[in-house]
Write a new protein. Structure first.
Length: 486
């Protein structure tokens, strides 16, 4: 651990590519015999260092999951029973994400990752707990309109906070991780999301079984929102104890005179427009697999199963994703993040349409578990595992959070946030075909984006890596120098 003024930092030796903490670090240049042990050791040390970030980030995904799973109750309480209205209310959060990403991204890139992640977590706690306390049609009906207005305010606050959360957390994780374990490190964000969604679906399945439909409409749907206060406060306490990253201190604080807000945003737009577009295109498959198959399908396509059974199907999807995610992180460390992203996009392209059509034609429980639980669970876990690393690698440390705000957040907001609403609209046009075709097309878009990015890098028009050159796409294809060599 080192100090710069009064600021404690987590250091990373850019010449030797070494992460060090108060307990010491280890060089990334190791023999093959000891590589496996050091990989595991670095991963465990990384978790001890960053658990407050990961716990707090699960709150973002937990809230998205809870709202999706209680969409029926939300629709009846605030949208006069309109599923499309409830999903559009869900999308409000995603509309606000890019703005929150820019605001908190500027704070993270100018004032530090630590301040940004604490502000974002505080906002998410207020928004999530607040949604569980609102008056609705079946509780405080005289103030239903006020409840609707406050719901929109909470959704907006959630979006502003979550939009800034992901950029700062992704930047922090990749900056403090040793290079050899960077894929596994950043995929912990996705592990947190799978745990959060699995917990939310299991809790709501049990609540549905215990309370029944009527009590769920009145107050049962509120319970998971309110309970989020406990892990939220614990994570906030832990985040106040983390140190700043050396990459931020050395690259940003040492060049403070040249690093102004307007200058950094202009630099991003003028010098990194291709990187921004690559980030947006790369998220298409992952964003759709996150928010359409495991959530919208349960409420729209699997209605015949009943609320509790459908939620257990959703739970199986998250558990499968939880198993697949670390595997994808390890593959990213072995074959590269672009290779992993490309393979995941191929899978989405191949399974999106046929599996969806199968689900609409076969309403059995076994089809639901195989289709949503297994096939889409694999798609969700694999595609979501390292997309954060893919996007964050596109930008240098001084612009990383703002770059994530304008690439990842735009992509996930308008493709993921509206995935359920788009699927619902397409379902009304062609219930057996249109949504599945849409899902497969998002896989094609991500595939094309990765291939185009590799070609552009070969021609010297874009730099795809700023932390780790190799592996990137199954080897050294188009590799350039990273932060370690600068």
């Amino acid at each position: 651990m080192a100090a710069m003024g009064d600021q404690a930092i987590v250091t990373w030796d850019s010449e030797k590519d070494m992460e060090s903490t108060a307990t010491g670090g280890s060089s990334d240049k190791v023999s093959p015999q000891s590589g496996g042990k050091l990989y595991l050791k670095d991963s465990l040390q990384f978790l001890r260092l960053t658990w407050p970030l990961l716990l707090g980030n699960t709150l973002e995904w937990y809230e998205f999951g809870v709202y999706s799973y209680v969409e029926t109750e939300i629709a009846d309480n605030f949208f006069e029973g309109s599923s499309l209205g409830a999903w559009l209310g869900y999308a409000v959060t995603f509309v606000a994400r890019p703005l929150g990403g820019i605001i908190l991204g500027v704070i993270a890139d100018h004032c530090g990752r630590k301040l940004s992640v604490n502000l974002s977590l505080a906002g998410m706690i207020l928004a999530t707990v607040g949604q569980g306390c609102l008056p609705g049609k079946y509780f405080g009906g005289d103030f239903q309109l006020l409840g609707f207005v406050l719901l929109m305010i909470c959704r907006t606050l959630q979006g502003l906070s979550a939009g800034g959360e992901i950029g700062a957390v992704s930047a922090y994780l990749m900056e403090v991780s040793p290079v050899r374990t960077i894929g596994m490190a950043v995929c912990m964000i996705s592990v947190g999301s799978q745990i959060a969604w699995a917990f939310a679906s299991a809790m709501l399945a049990l609540l549905n079984q215990a309370l029944g439909k009527e009590l769920m409409l009145v107050w049962g749907w509120r319970v998971p929102f309110i309970l989020s206060a406990v892990p939220g406060v614990v994570a906030l306490w832990g985040r106040n104890r983390i140190q700043e990253t050396e990459a931020f201190v050395s690259e940003v604080r040492d060049n403070e005179d040249q690093h102004r807000v307007c200058q950094s945003l202009l630099e991003l737009l003028i010098h990194y427009p291709v990187a921004l577009l690559i980030g947006i295109g790369s998220i298409c498959a992952a964003a759709t697999m996150w928010f359409a198959p495991p959530f919208w399908t349960i409420s729209a396509v699997l209605q015949d199963l009943g609320a509790a059974d459908a939620l257990w199907v959703g739970n199986s999807c998250q558990l499968v994703g939880l198993v697949v995610t670390p595997l994808a992180g390890w593959l990213a460390d072995r074959y590269g993040v672009a290779w992993t992203t490309f393979v995941g996009a191929i899978y989405v392209t191949l399974v999106g349409f046929p599996v969806y059509m199968w689900l609409t034609l076969d309403s059995s429980r076994s089809a639901a578990y195989l289709g949503v639980g297994l096939f889409f669970g694999i798609a969700q876990g694999f595609n979501g595992a390292t997309i954060y690393l893919f996007c964050a690698e596109l930008f240098p440390a001084r612009l990383r959070c703002q770059g994530m705000a304008l690439s990842y957040n735009i992509g996930v907001s308008f493709l993921g946030g509206f995935a359920a609403a788009i699927s619902q609209a397409l379902y009304q046009v062609s219930e057996h075909i249109a949504p599945g075709v849409y899902w497969s097309i998002t896989g094609v878009v991500t595939m094309a984006t990765v291939l185009a990015a590799l070609v552009l890098q070969r021609r010297g028009l874009v730099k795809l890596t700023h932390r780790r050159d190799e592996p990137y796409f199954g080897g050294s294809f188009g590799a350039q120098s990273s932060e370690a060599a600068q």
